[in-house]
Design a binder for this molecule. Sequence first.
Ligand code: PEP
Ligand code: MG
Length: 322
Amino acid sequence: KKKEWAKLKNELSKSKDGVHVELAANIGTPNDLEGVKNNGAEGIGLYRTEFLYMGRDELPTEEEQFEAYKKVVEDMDGKPVVIRTLDIGGDKELPYLDLPKEMNPFLGFRAIRLCLEKDDIFRTQLRALLRASAFGNLKIMFPMIATLDEFRQAKALLEEEQEKLTKEGTEVSDSIELGIMVEIPSTAVMAPQFAKEVDFFSIGTNDLIQYTMAADRMNEQVSYLYQPYNPAILRLVKMVIDASHAEGKWTGMCGEMAGDETAIPLLLGLGLDEFSMSATSVLPARSQISQITKEEAEKAAEKALQLNTAEEVKQLVEKTFL
Ligand code: PEP
Ligand code: MG
């Protein structure tokens, strides 16, 4: 199998009937780039920038961030790189920010909520991203968006910083795509409205499943409720993809589910445009997709949406594809 996968390294990902989907990788630091290349990813679908802020005593400077983002987009040589703005809070803490303890950190002051409140931190990151955009194909993505208002506020800050940089004579790309993570059910439900304003969606199933099922993604005792194949999750995914396509936009997925062999045929059938996963999953996924026609994937997805339980969905996929 390894040999067969290696042959696919420099190929585009296509279904058996020739429909292209993008298989991208998730990274946490520029050090992960080697794995991205060795595994033939077509882009980076999620660069988690938290790691730049963690394991240190103070915030990273604009310059430090600029260097990291620039390295990644330059190394990827024109391939798409989706960089997510700071998603701290929840399970990821920053001791030097001295934030109050919370009863429910996953439902609390985290990610875009924190960035909109502490906008000095956010603006520094946005400036670093905007400057790096001149060196490659950089896309910006906001995490944990729950309302249109949050997206509009974040976008306004980005535009303010972009204008400042341009006035200062700093080069900034004029074609940066701006997207959001869909990881809160309200945003999936409102996807048709969001799709008019964003350039793309990336579905964060790690959190979307947790919030839809009300089951903490870290808690073993309720892990039986953490069900990627629950038809409720599939229906939300479908709503997001359909809403984006209705506006000529694209949808990716950067949660674990995107690299899962049981989910992949269904996601292909639902029309997912980009799958972003750990680099080591890219070649197995490319091989799997090459053996499925889009048409049979669509049929299976349609059936799955009408089933009652996660277990039934799993059995359907196993019987049809695995
Ligand atoms: C997600 O929630 O699916 C996701 C990709 O983000 P993270 O795992 O960093 O919360
Ligand atoms: Mg998340």
